[in-house]
Design a protein around this ligand. Structure first.
Ligand SMILES: [Zn+2]
Length: 93
């Protein structure tokens, strides 16, 4: 009788351990998926941060622009045409 109880206890322990292992594996897979979703490609992204100069506002802005987007860029402040500031050169109009 006690042997039978011990046997069933061992089975329960085995099942619990297996369930724990499955949960750990599932978490690892989910974690990997989430990481790949957050950072799909750390290399050249489809968006780039550009420094724009608006001659109308006479101010510089940091704008995130799609690579598919082509100049002229829009001034995020007044919506008019803004020029891209290359490197740290001052834009001259
Ligand atoms: Zn502007």
């Amino acid at each position: 009788m006690s042997n039978r109880v011990r046997f069933s206890l061992q089975i329960v322990l085995l099942v619990v351990l297996l369930a724990g292992a499955v949960i750990v594996v599932e978490r690892a897979i989910r974690h990997q998926r989430r990481e790949s979703q957050v950072a799909p490609d750390p290399g050249p992204a489809e968006q780039s941060s550009l420094r724009l100069y608006c001659p109308h506002c006479r101010e510089e802005f940091d704008a995130v622009v799609d690579f598919s987007e082509t100049p002229p860029y829009e001034c995020p402040h007044c919506g008019r045409r803004a020029a891209r500031v290359v490197d740290s050169e001052e834009a001259t109009e």
